[in-house]
Design a protein around this ligand. Structure first.
Ligand SMILES: Cc1cc2nc3c(=O)[nH]c(=O)nc-3n(C[C@H](O)[C@H](O)[C@H](O)COP(=O)(O)OP(=O)(O)OC[C@H]3O[C@@H](n4cnc5c(N)ncnc54)[C@H](O)[C@@H]3O)c2cc1C
Length: 375
């Protein structure tokens, strides 16, 4: 199929970052085309705890996760590898919702406002001040602006020869839903050698268990069941969970080659939002909020510049990159610091002892990995 049409903006990838950008711009009279490679609804590897910092913005887009049953979460529990717990009240709190439902909620809000094409983008060429986007099914789409919202790792990263693709990314993510008695208002983070596992409730009342592990720690076992039984279950909380919880998926979802290397928020004139621009360590529970927030400030910038009639591409790229770094660099840096401590048995022991002596450190660290709510 050859399908040529010119849009103000093409958004590549329909996860939270892409759907939010498309919805914000399409609601402000931009002609928007979103290209997503797979249909909704779908499960994704994710901890499914969303920070409340994005609630006022979602409300301004008429998205309310509580209408589909999201659970309000206000408490945090963390255990060390021996299962020794520390509890805290979350400074801002959040909500539990599956990606299956959250992404679909945004898709439903968008579907009559923008063109949505289910296809895989293969090439993005920028020449003579416009973009030409080519898909696997041979559609050719033209636009003034392209937003890259294609997630952690995509064929487009290879096409663009992005630097992080050449470096090793030895992380594995695993997720599944379970039937298990667990409090609605709590998000838990349980450590094990080589990783950590998050537990929280979703809108259906099921418990989402999602963990991140180094490939090195996983490789000794080679399969997920053995890894969970023999490594994760050394933590008594995880032992109790995995021996008592009833799995609701035929098998857990997995992703590998997760990279936390630095990325650029603008590459080849493409404005990157969400994980395409950079990743925070999942233990912070802030990746989805960052995806939504980057969509927000990119869209606000574009709308403002269109209203003023200012289209200096170089200035826009500089402004977006600078805003991205101002918003997120500190969160990412703090996330890296916490991750380094948690995954080193000696540092983790000292860290837990310190936090037990000074419990106010927990909400302070959480605050440093989160932003403030903005409309
Ligand atoms: C183990 C783990 C646990 C996590 N837990 C949490 C948590 O509890 N809380 C939190 O806030 N964050 C968490 N995160 C982070 C969060 O999942 C991400 O930050 C978030 O999904 C980013 O959204 P996104 O829209 O940028 O990317 P995605 O949701 O990955 O969306 C990208 C989309 O692009 C599409 N795509 C890719 N390539 C193409 C192409 N060529 N053509 C068309 N479409 C394409 C994909 O199909 C996909 O739908 C976790 C991450 C991991 C790995």
């Amino acid at each position: 199929m050859i399908h040529k049409y010119k849009w103000n903006v093409i958004v590549i990838g329909g996860g939270l970052a892409g759907l939010t950008t498309a919805l914000h711009l399409a609601s402000n009279n931009f002609s928007v085309c979103l290209v997503e490679r797979s249909e909704y609804p779908k499960h994704k590897v994710c901890g499914e705890y969303v920070s409340n910092e994005v609630l006022p913005y979602l409300k301004s887009l008429r998205i309310d996760p509580f209408t589909v049953g999201a659970k309000q979460i206000s408490k945090f529990k963390i255990t060390d590898t021996n299962g020794d717990p520390i509890t805290a009240t979350l400074p801002l709190g959040g909500f539990g919702i599956s990606r299956y439902t959250f992404d679909s909620l945004l898709f439903e809000a968008l579907k009559n406002k923008a063109e949505i094409i289910f296809d895989t983008v293969e090439k993005i060429i920028f020449e003579e001040n416009q973009f030409r986007v080519t898909t696997q099914n041979k559609s050719v789409l033209l636009a003034d602006f392209v937003v890259g919202a294609f997630g952690k790792r995509s064929n487009i990263d290879t096409f663009l020869k992005r630097k992080f693709m050449q470096e090793s990314s030895p992380w594995l993510g695993v997720k599944a839903h379970y039937d298990y008695d667990f409090p609605d208002d709590t998000v838990a983070l349980h450590n094990f050698n080589g990783g950590y596992c998050g537990l929280s409730k979703t809108e259906t009342g099921t418990v989402n268990a999602c963990y991140l592990a180094t490939f090195k720690s996983f490789k000794k076992y080679g399969d997920i069941e053995a890894f969970q039984k023999q490594e994760l279950s050394k933590n008594p909380f995880l032992d109790k969970f995995f021996s008592g919880a009833k799995p609701l998926f035929e098998r857990p979802l997995t992703i590998s080659q997760i990279s936390f290397q630095e990325k650029k928020p603008v590459e080849n004139h493409i404005f990157m939002v969400g994980d395409s621009a950079g990743l925070i360590h999942p233990l912070c529970g802030n990746g989805m909020a960052m995806a939504i927030k980057s969509a927000q400030f990119f869209s606000e910038m574009l709308i403002q510049l269109f209203q003023k009639g200012e289209f200096d591409r170089t200035a826009m790229e500089r402004q977006y990159a600078s805003q991205w770094h101002n918003e997120f660099d500190e969160r990412i840096k703090t996330g890296k610091f916490i991750q380094r401590i948690l995954l080193n048995p000696y540092l983790a022991k000292a860290g837990f002892a310190m936090v037990k002596t000074f419990p106010s450190l927990v909400p302070k660290l959480i605050q440093k990995t989160h932003g403030n709510p903005t409309e």
